[in-house]
Design a protein around this ligand. Structure first.
Ligand SMILES: NC(=O)c1ccc[n+]([C@@H]2O[C@H](COP(=O)([O-])OP(=O)(O)OC[C@H]3O[C@@H](n4cnc5c(N)ncnc54)[C@H](OP(=O)(O)O)[C@@H]3O)[C@@H](O)[C@H]2O)c1
Length: 338
């Protein structure tokens, strides 16, 4: 089989297409022909050595994927050849609050080999059926970006109809958050650096949009839109560079899901608003297999289509990663595996 491998050192140039031995499913395992993967910011950071420089190489990147069951090992009853499946992000995190090692040691695309490969063996319990209406490319966007947005809005807190959700930016996680928040009946405010992307967000149902390049103090806009009350929930993917504005934009007893650090991980910050506003700050690290099943059911029931900006062929994975890193995309960037 062919796989993309970060070889002797990190860096996009060290990501090589190599031949590897075809894997064979053991007891309780399933052999999947990967048909699609989607790219996450984490995958880019992993390839360039900034996610975890201690990951052992060679490593196949790719945090999520979808494919077709080719064969099953002894003891597997829940899957059969031809079934369409998605992989979980952390193979051993099935539900509830996991142990640290359960997540850290079983995550795809580091430390475990990921999904940018033609074939992969998975434990049978770490796969979820693809909703009928989704293509492999669409399904591959769920296990990391989709589940992260789901965990933020449905697991770690529950969004109620009429509540105000602010979604920062228009990347993979944020566009899923927009779609799920609308499904839950929320009023959604989307921020972006691009007027064109904001128009696309409106077409997807965003009630209000703010260009954070034109209005760096965007929290004032959120206050204005909410009659000075502030937002109930904030999907915070910027981190240190955006948290100060998020703290000004969130309402008394509001909720901030800290998901990403696109605008930096460290900064001097005034913590007073967190306690004076009784803000609930929740770190979110993807989610469990149960979260993947729940989000897939929601997507099926509400006929939600994951938003794919562009699909690259497997052979052009390096160009796809560069495209993601350049940040011109809206929603997800996908890889189609032959
Ligand atoms: N904790 C977790 O479990 C988890 C899971 C998935 C992702 N993440 C993290 O969450 C972040 C987003 O991931 P992703 O895969 O969705 O990335 P992505 O698709 O690459 O999203 C990039 C988008 O983020 C927006 N952005 C960048 N800087 C911003 C800023 N200062 N303010 C507001 N928006 C900004 C930009 O939107 P515009 O172009 O519209 O301005 C950009 O296009 C990353 O840091 C990633 O590592 C965490």
């Amino acid at each position: 089989m062919k796989s993309f491998e970060i070889q002797s050192g990190f860096g996009l140039d060290n990501l090589k297409l190599v031949d590897r031995a075809d894997p064979v499913p053991g007891h309780g395992e399933v052999l999947v022909r990967m048909r699609a993967a989607s790219l996450n910011f984490r995958d880019y950071l992993t390839v360039i050595g900034q996610y975890n420089p201690r990951y052992k190489l060679p490593l196949v990147p790719g945090s999520d994927g979808a494919g077709e069951v080719l064969s099953v090992g002894p003891g597997v009853e829940e899957w059969k050849s031809g079934d369409r499946v998605m992989s979980c992000f952390a193979l051993d995190w099935l539900s509830g609050i996991p142990g640290l090692k359960q997540v850290r040691n079983s995550s795809l695309g580091g430390p475990l080999d990921g999904t940018l490969t033609e074939l992969r063996v998975f434990p049978a319990r770490s796969l979820v059926a693809i909703p009928e209406a989704l293509s492999y490319e669409e399904a591959a966007t769920l296990p990391c970006a989709g589940v992260t947005a789901w965990s933020a809005l449905a697991t770690e807190t529950q969004v109620l109809p009429g509540q105000v959700v602010v979604v920062l930016g228009t990347g993979g996680v944020s566009i899923f958050a927009l779609q799920f928040a609308k499904m839950m009946g929320a009023v959604v405010i989307v921020t972006s650096s691009s007027g064109e992307k904001l128009a696309k967000a409106q077409a997807l149902g965003a009630d209000h949009v703010i260009n954070y390049r034109d209005k760096p103090a965007w929290s004032k806009e959120v206050r204005r839109i909410t009659a000075m009350e502030g937002a109930d929930h904030i999907i915070e993917v910027g981190g240190a560079g955006t948290l100060e504005e998020s703290l000004k934009a969130v309402k008394f007893f509001g909720h901030i899901s800290l998901i990403g650090i696109l605008a930096g991980s460290a900064k001097e910050l005034n913590l007073l608003p967190i306690l004076m506003q009784n803000v609930r700050m929740q770190g979110v690290l993807v989610g469990s297999r149960n979260g993947l099943e729940q989000s897939a059911r929601a997507i099926e029931a509400h006929k939600i289509k994951p938003v794919i900006d562009r699909t690259f062929p497997f052979s052009e994975t390096r160009a796809a990663i560069q495209y993601l890193a350049d940040g011109k995309h809206f929603g997800k960037v996908s890889i189609s595996i032959p």
